[in-house]
Design a protein around this ligand. Structure first.
Ligand code: PLP
Length: 355
């Protein structure tokens, strides 16, 4: 099998793929495929309940205070739903612009009200997490992207404010232990660290649900989606089931061990890059991401050569995003320490070959 370092849709744990493929043929000995079960029946009800419970439990959040909601429409829909729900025309929302996806979220905010950009690293092609300064108290919310998939940067500290924090954790959720109760709304597309494409997990503080600012169609309202327990319409049953399998897999490993493994992987790869004479890291060191490592060579002729060299050694998905170039290795939860050791040895082998 290939080792897939793609940024997403990304590698899933082998056990999850195995269980999901068995469920396609016969879900839990029900005689039905998971693709055929009714979304309002007992089988899916149990899947959803367990997925909702684990989604909060692994973040250390209380179900009296937070609710998990599963939606379609990807990260992009969240960019517009957030201001649609929580920003009135005459109000202002804060945004920290730390990458392309943060800019897209900001662009959508501007459609619904005023925006205040508290910090931006756009002028430097997002090579670092911008400083954000003090947060004005009258903001409706403050939005930021905790891990910037394209640039390989990550927030290692967070704004301290009473303003509701809304965070896009698409490319890092369930990779590290944090005090998640700092956040009022956390969202993550599944296709990086949780499951297949087709579903987005939203974890929302119940008190925020009451703050909807305009009349909205039910399907675009967090309040109504939460009230209907994600089953307002036919939900993406299979992606939710796969997400449940991943959440169970994470629970069995434990969030402490998950974080340790992620730290170890990042250390291995960044050490190799820092020791290299050929490769160098793109992001500012203090802001490096534990999930997506972006690196380049000083001479661009190596880009295609190294991609081919790695592919011949079963390593794929490491081409950098077009706006950064070079390479990007995404080390989400399903990538093992051994997988990263393999990448490191291929980096070293390549260096020895061309030197
Ligand atoms: C941090 C982040 N947010 C949002 C998105 C957009 O997700 P989608 O393509 O599901 O709309 C991405 C996609 O890679 C992402 O990395």
């Amino acid at each position: 099998m290939l080792i897939n370092f793609d940024a997403g849709p990304a590698a899933l744990p082998k056990e999850v793929l195995q269980q999901a493929s068995e469920a396609i043929l016969n879900y839990n000995n029900s005689g039905l495929s998971i693709l055929e079960i009714p979304h309002r029946g007992k089988l899916f009800e149990a899947i959803l309940e367990e997925a909702n419970t684990l989604a909060l439990e692994l973040l250390g959040l209380d179900k009296n205070d937070y609710q998990a909601v599963w939606m379609q429409g990807g990260g992009r829909l969240q960019f517009s739903m957030i201001p649609m729900n929580f920003l009135a025309v005459n109000e202002t929302a804060g945004y920290i612009e730390s990458g392309h996806w943060a800019s897209e979220a900001l662009k959508n905010g501007k459609l619904y009200g005023n925006t205040n950009v508290l910090g931006s690293s756009k002028a430097d092609n997002f090579q670092y997490i911008p400083q954000w300064g003090d947060t004005p108290e009258d903001l409706s919310y403050l939005h930021f992207t905790s891990n910037n998939t394209i640039y390989g940067t990550q927030f290692h500290s967070f704004p301290e404010t009473e303003v509701p924090l809304i965070v896009d954790m698409s490319s890092e959720l369930y990779s590290r232990k944090l005090d998640y109760s700092k956040f009022s709304l956390i969202y993550a597309v599944a296709q990086k660290n949780i499951g297949p494409a087709g579903v987005t997990l939203i974890v929302i503080r119940k008190s925020l649900l009451e703050k909807q600012k305009r009349v909205l169609p039910e399907i675009l309202s967090y309040r109504d989606m939460a009230k209907n327990n994600s089953v307002l319409n036919t939900p993406p049953v299979f992606p939710i089931y796969c997400s449940l399998l991943t959440l169970r897999w994470i629970k069995a490993i434990g969030m402490d061990a998950m974080q340790q493994s992620n730290e170890e992987k990042a250390r291995l790869l960044y050490d190799a890059i820092d020791e290299s004479k050929l490769f160098y890291g793109v992001a500012k060191k203090e802001d490096r991401s534990m999930m997506n490592a972006c690196f380049r060579t000083h001479d661009d002729k190596h880009t295609e050569m190294f991609l081919d060299f790695a592919k011949e050694r079963d390593i794929v998905g490491i081409k950098g995003h077009r706006s950064v170039g070079g390479f990007r290795a995404s080390m989400y939860n399903a990538i093992s320490v051994e997988d990263v050791q393999r990448l490191v040895s291929v980096i070293k082998e390549y260096e020895n070959t061309v030197n």
